[in-house]
Design a protein around this ligand. Structure first.
Ligand code: NAP
Ligand code: MG
Length: 486
């Protein structure tokens, strides 16, 4: 859309990045060659090559797990909680010191707008390490009984939507609880995990305490199936989560799964509509909708339906899509061609099923992977776009008349990760929240994260909690009944 006041480009410089042409695997404190076929990581905004990345095969997984086991036995389990905490504080401070560089790397590799990586992802990464650093010497007070013990070696597999933040959600509690780690970042976004490995060297974290294996799905599979792993933590799709749960069953490995979602964002007619519209935008268009807890189903009370949808369209028409490194950009690139194809396919299905499609007018850059913010109105509850996770900037709008109908529609999903409620009435918010089957419920806000607050799902959204002292339980043996004290 053109306006009288065009924004001049304000690109963040990549000069701060000191990238290598190629990166090895990070095993036992060193970067080493991988034995699989290396692959490239590209910028999804330009399709330009960023770096060549090592690919870990099963033998590399063996070496990394052995390094983590050695580090667990010989160094990490021998340190006091206070000493482990010192390393975590050091990592947190180094993340802050290198925040600008990490933000640029994340936006380059992932496609997310620099204002999000700069103001959300990286500050939260530091916050997560600071928070769990504080827990390292207080595990006896975590509500898990006296002297809870670490599990051993944790295998962690993470997705591409919040690469460094998901790494922090996994590594910070694992280390605070005294475990050692082998982590696999997603194939399309390995860069910030590799810069993080450099930070670990800078922090002089003992060798082998954290190992980072780049590679694709088969690397992840070899890692979670490795017999010398005590704990598996996974964030990603429900299909892969289900396969991991099957392969881990009966092995004695502890498992946490953080999977997909199809969150209801419920707007009552007494809600402050302007704020609600901002919250809807933040709920589904933040990070191009690549958010597991995205508010992808808008449930709006029928008497304010047209007003809300009209204002939403007006607001979306002001969003700027384009270069993720430009500080004016609101909507960046879709992370991969594969994900773009999936978003296109499901959107076409939505249209074929009879929903009313509206797309914000914006210029689509020539190269790269882009999808303009899209709304589907008059979506029926049985439609695939109301049931399946699209994981893109696509909102499905449904209506309701009474709180009971809102609750029943909100819960009519195989998922249960998050939900939002917009109303002026506190009592209504509490009464509705009580009935929603979702792990996280936001009231008059959306997509807020804090390391002290537990996060996780119901039903097909997975099990276990990350964040808060609940997040420690996933990495400790408890002498009290699991969950009873939490
Ligand atoms: P995915 O396949 O579940 O990938 C998540 C992670 O698991 C990646 O590191 C992936 O490696 C790895 N992986 C793949 N197959 C594996 C296996 N058999 N065993 C162990 N690890 C394995 O997710 P995706 O393909 O990137 O995205 C597909 C859909 O998942 C999205 O459209 C979205 O609906 C959902 N998703 C949800 C979240 C979330 O936060 N809950 C995040 C991302 C995606 P590669 O990177 O090499 O594939
Ligand atoms: Mg990339």
């Amino acid at each position: 859309m053109t306006s009288f006041l065009e924004y001049a480009p304000a690109p963040e410089s990549t000069a701060i990045l000191n990238l290598k042409d190629s990166y090895g695997l990070f095993i036992d404190g060193e970067f080493v060659a991988g034995h699989g076929t290396p692959f490239a990581t590209i910028s999804p905004a330009t399709e330009k090559h960023i770096a060549t990345i090592a690919n870990a095969n099963a033998a590399d997984v063996d070496t990394a797990v052995a390094a983590a086991r050695r580090a667990y036995d010989k160094t990490w389990s021998k340190l006091s909680g206070a000493d482990r905490g010192k390393y975590l504080f050091r990592i947190a401070r180094l993340v802050q010191e290198r925040a600008r560089e990490l933000a640029v790397a994340e936006s380059l590799d992932n496609g997310k707008p620099i204002k999000e990586s700069r103001d959300v992802d990286i500050p939260l990464v530091a916050a997560w390490f600071f928070y769990y650093a504080g827990w390292a010497d207080k595990l006896d007070y975590a509500g898990l009984g006296a002297a809870p013990r670490a599990l051993g070696v944790a295998a962690q597999v993470i997705p591409w939507n919040f690469p460094l933040l998901m790494l922090a959600w996994k590594i910070a509690p694992a280390l605070a609880a005294g475990n050692t780690v082998v982590l696999k970042p997603a194939e399309t976004t390995p860069l910030s995990a590799l810069l993080f490995a450099e930070i670990l060297q800078q922090a002089e974290l003992p060798a082998g305490v954290v190992n980072i294996l780049t590679g694709a799905g088969d690397t992840g599979q070899a890692l979670v199936q490795h017999p010398d792993v005590n704990k598996v933590a996974f964030t990603g799709s429900t299909a892969v989560g289900r396969a991991i749960a099957k392969s881990v069953a009966g092995t004695g490995k502890k498992l946490t799964l953080e999977l997909g979602g199809k969150a209801a964002n419920i707007v009552f007619d007494d809600a402050p509509i302007d704020q609600a519209v901002e919250g809807i935008v933040n709920g589904i268009f933040f990070n191009q909708g690549h958010v597991c807890c995205a508010g992808s189903r808008l449930l709006v009370q029928e008497n304010v339906h047209h007003e809300v949808v009209d204002r939403l369209k007006q607001r979306l028409s002001t969003l700027r899509m384009g270069d993720p490194l430009d500080k004016n950009t609101d909507i960046g690139a879709i992370n991969s061609r594969e994900q773009l194809d999936r978003i296109r396919e499901l959107s076409d299905i939505g249209e074929a099923e009879g929903a009313e499609r509206w797309t914000a007018e914006c210029a689509i850059p020539e190269n790269g992977f882009w999808f303009a913010p899209t709304i589907f109105d008059n979506v029926s509850t049985s439609s695939r776009i109301a049931r399946e996770e699209i994981f893109g900037p696509v909102l499905s709008v449904l209506t309701f008349r009474t709180p009971a109908e809102a609750i029943s529609k909100a819960n009519n999903t195989p998922y249960g990760l998050s939900a939002g409620i917009w109303s002026d009435k506190g009592s209504k918010i509490l009464a509705v929240a009580d009935e929603l089957k979702a792990g996280v419920i936001w009231a008059n806000t959306f997509n807020r994260f804090d390391p002290a607050s537990p996060f996780g799902g119901f039903k097909e959204s997975g099990y276990g909690r990350e964040g808060g002292r609940h997040g420690l339980a996933a990495y400790l043996t408890s002498t009290v009944l699991q969950g009873a004290a939490l």
